[in-house]
Design a protein around this ligand. Structure first.
Ligand SMILES: *Cc1c(COP(=O)(O)O)cnc(C)c1O
Length: 407
């Protein structure tokens, strides 16, 4: 007999934080590197190209940019990117207000002043507000965070940047492997920054990759990363003459990547495009299942957006805070670990712009606040199979019905 899914109480019991194993080729290479003792990127034998340098070349080729610098994290890559494009203390940096804490952290680290921009109901930057604030503030930098993998209309972004002479830096922590109209994110702006932290699209624990086509930015980024004047050993770099110009004026921030980390990333890069497909299969199943739940709004995406569905976001619309909290706790009881951006206190990985009190000027963003109040989010690790994804969506749907959140 076929059971009605509204009667059977579904419970999920897999961990939302469990990633897949590192490919065996990566594990083997990591062991070789440990056996050699040559973990530092500049500890090479004559003529040897380090693991980290090889990775930089491979990643630059993958996204089709001229240069790549490997760093200790994406947060440090964003910081180095801001410094390398010329951001000075007190400079204004436009930034979408819906992002992760390392992004405002990088702005703070660069001693810049953020001008936060509203988002819209599809969780991307409100481009009318961007243009308005660009004019009002006269900011010359835009740090665009493709937060949770939602890619805004890049044609319009580039048009706004060109018209107002704004330098674009992209935070691609959730868009490694993603494209806009066939072009990789991170290659629209002057610089793109990627993360290989455990919960992103390639897992090396920690790690950041900075890409650019600009020779001066590349040389500065390598010097900032801490090259100990051994930048010659990089194979993804501009000519040595460019470094000559900057080597005495750019400090060493010691934010390098180690060969061990690079080995783990190198083994996963060839799998990335296949994994993008696997993520999207999972995302699509969840989306399909939740599409007809009237209290749930799933962001609409442009046809040009070739996203990576490694996490799922939706808005609970027209539901009061107490009911949302109840929904979250019932979901949690049934094994569904949902993060809620409505939470005013910073919690785990989730924080709101209102809680970044280290900036002296507070921002009022009524539209973004209202959207965050209903925004729910969960990860889709590849350790979940297609059936798991269907089950997660069915539980969410079941809880919505049970609590009578929908009509
Ligand atoms: C994870 C993340 C970062 C920072 O990455 P780390 O490598 O952890 O420093 C930046 N932006 C967004 C949107 C992120 O999710």
């Amino acid at each position: 007999m076929k059971k009605d899914d509204s009667q059977e109480l579904l419970v999920f019991n897999k961990e939302f934080t469990r990633q897949e194993s590192i490919p065996s080729s990566g594990i083997e290479r990591a062991i070789e590197i440990m056996q050699s003792g040559r973990l530092h990127r500049y500890n090479t034998t004559p003529g040897e190209i380090s693991e980290t340098s090889l990775l930089e070349k491979e990643f630059a080729d993958y996204v089709e940019r001229r240069f790549c610098a490997a760093l200790s994290s994406c947060g440090s890559a964003i910081y180095v990117a801001l410094k390398s494009v010329g951001v000075k203390a007190g400079d204004k940096v436009l930034c979408n207000a819906f992002t992760l804490a390392p992004v405002p952290g990088a702005i703070k680290n660069a001693e810049a002043v953020p001008i936060f921009v509203e988002i819209n109901e599809n969780f991307v930057t409100d481009l009318d507000d961007l243009e308005k604030k660009a004019i009002e503030s006269n900011a010359k930098y835009f740090l665009l965070s493709h937060m949770r993998g939602h890619i805004v209309d890049m044609d319009r972004v580039m048009d706004i940047c060109h018209r107002h002479n704004i330098t674009l830096v992209e935070d691609c922590a959730h868009t490694m492997g993603a494209k806009w109209a066939g072009k990789h994110t991170g290659t629209f702006g002057a610089v793109g920054c990627f993360s290989t932290q455990t919960y992103k699209h390639i897992n090396s624990g920690e790690g950041g990759l900075l890409v650019t086509d600009d020779e001066e930015i590349a040389a500065k980024a390598i010097l900032y990363s801490g090259s100990y004047m051994m930048y010659e050993r990089h194979i993804s770099r501009p000519s040595l003459e460019v470094f000559e110009r900057f080597k005495k004026v750019i400090p060493n921030f010691s934010l390098r990547m180690s060969n061990l980390v690079a080995a783990l990333i190198r083994s996963q890069l060839p799998e990335l495009d296949k994994n993008v497909q696997r993520w999207n299969e999972r995302y699509n199943i969840i989306e399909e299942e939740l599409q007809d739940v009237s209290c749930i709004y799933i962001p609409v995406r442009s046809e040009k957006e070739e996203f990576v569905g490694s996490s799922f976001q939706f808005s609970l619309i027209g539901i009061e805070t107490e009911k949302i909290k109840h929904f979250l706790s019932v979901c949690a009881e049934r094994g569904i670990d949902i993060k809620w951006f409505g939470e005013m206190e910073p919690k785990g990985f989730t924080s709101r712009f209102e809680s970044w009190e280290y900036f002296t000027k507070t921002s009022k963003l009524p539209k973004t606040s209202a959207i965050l109040n209903g925004m729910c989010d969960f990860r889709i690790p590849l350790t979940f199979n297609l059936k798991d994804c269907k089950k997660i969506a069915m539980i969410i749907k079941q809880v919505c019905r049970e609590l009578e959140l929908c009509d």
